[in-house]
Write a new protein. Structure first.
Length: 346
């Protein structure tokens, strides 16, 4: 017997905010597992997109052999991993399977409560479209993920770094949207007449600079550019290595496809990002938003230290994953600060 539907709207902004924060936490975990999947070269281990049946992993030896046989038809196996044994395949399969499983979990964790809140008429006025848009973005993200994987299944043993960057940016956009909406709803729970926050000019600038740095980080990961030079602040013995710029390429091609140039720009764009984010942190501090202001400032310092450590350790797995995780936490703190600065005075 289905539960009775509320005859009158009964907004529950606090409960919805808590739910959105929980979904954002799942997306954060997804970003971490995605980073591990990329760093362990596991992303092409599953060569089919099976949104429903793919939720069940191989359960016996015959199924594992069938999955391994499918992988053997891929360019990655034929050109890179032709000596791989079944045991090694199971290891890379685990991370890609876990990544996709968490994606399915996020879909259920969002869609089912959303339907419940809608049925109970608990969604505050003006938020239904926003929650529906987040659901649609989540579905599109799954399609983007397969579009990314498919780029490495045709004639190249690696996924497109451009598609990888789009996949990461889309995930972090959803992550930010969940947090921003949850903060709006938490504010609404405290004051039923409170309007939604708006992005200020300074916040837009800081987020844009950070978005560029995240994009460069995705290019660095997708091109394996972090391995180009494992020294800092110089790249080897020079600030920029001789021959690092491909003269036969266009400026855009060098900036997007040249691993040496991508690593160089990612290194030094960090300074611009740090300046913009510390400026945002100072604005939050002056506005008595000490929590988000201190969080942004602290995480900027931690992130720069992790970026340098990632280079110096030759892209150690733990350090590199921590670098990606802190990037997501830094983005969350920036959204927190920007939301506080954009709240209209009451």
């Amino acid at each position: 017997m289905s539960p009775p539907r509320s005859p009158h709207p009964a907004p529950a902004p606090r409960a919805i905010a808590r739910w959105l924060f929980a979904v954002a936490a799942l997306v954060f975990i997804m970003v971490i597992v995605g980073g591990i999947t990329r760093l362990t070269e596991s992303g092409l281990s599953m060569v089919r997109w099976e949104p429903i049946s793919g939720a069940v992993p191989p359960l016996n030896e015959a199924q594992w052999q069938a999955e391994f046989a499918a992988y053997k038809s891929s360019p990655e196996y034929q050109k890179v991993n032709s000596a791989m044994a079944l045991g090694d395949f199971k290891q890379i399969f685990f991370w890609e399977y876990l990544h996709r499983l968490i994606g399915r979990l996020i879909g259920l964790a969002f869609a089912v409560p959303l339907a419940w809140f809608a049925w109970k008429r608990a969604i505050p006025r003006g938020y239904g479209w926003r929650l529906t848009a987040l659901l649609a973005l989540g579905g599109m993200q799954g399609a983007i993920g397969w579009w990314m994987v498919a780029s490495g299944l045709i004639d190249r043993p690696d996924v497109s770094h451009i598609r990888l960057a789009i996949h990461l940016i889309a995930a972090l956009f959803i992550f930010s949207g969940l947090i921003w909406t949850a903060l709006d709803l938490r504010l609404l729970a405290r004051d039923p007449g409170a309007p939604s926050a708006r992005l200020t000019g300074g916040a837009i600038g800081a987020i844009a600079v950070l978005a560029v740095q995240i994009l460069l980080g995705a290019f660095t990961a997708g091109l394996d550019a972090g391995y180009a030079f494992s020294s800092w602040p110089k790249m080897g013995d020079a600030w920029f290595p001789a021959g690092g710029w491909h003269s036969g390429w266009s400026v855009i091609a060098n900036l997007a496809d040249n691993p040496v140039v991508v690593q160089f720009v990612h290194r030094w764009w960090a300074a611009a990002a740090a300046a913009a984010l510390l400026s945002l942190a100072w604005a939050a501090h002056k506005a008595q938003l000490k929590g988000p202001g201190h969080a942004v400032a602290t995480l900027v310092i931690v992130q720069i230290a992790l970026g340098i450590a990632t280079l110096l350790t030759g892209v150690d797995l733990v350090v590199a994953v921590a670098h990606q995780a802190v990037a997501a936490l830094l983005l969350a703190s920036v959204v927190w600060a920007a939301h506080g600065l954009g709240r209209p005075a009451r």
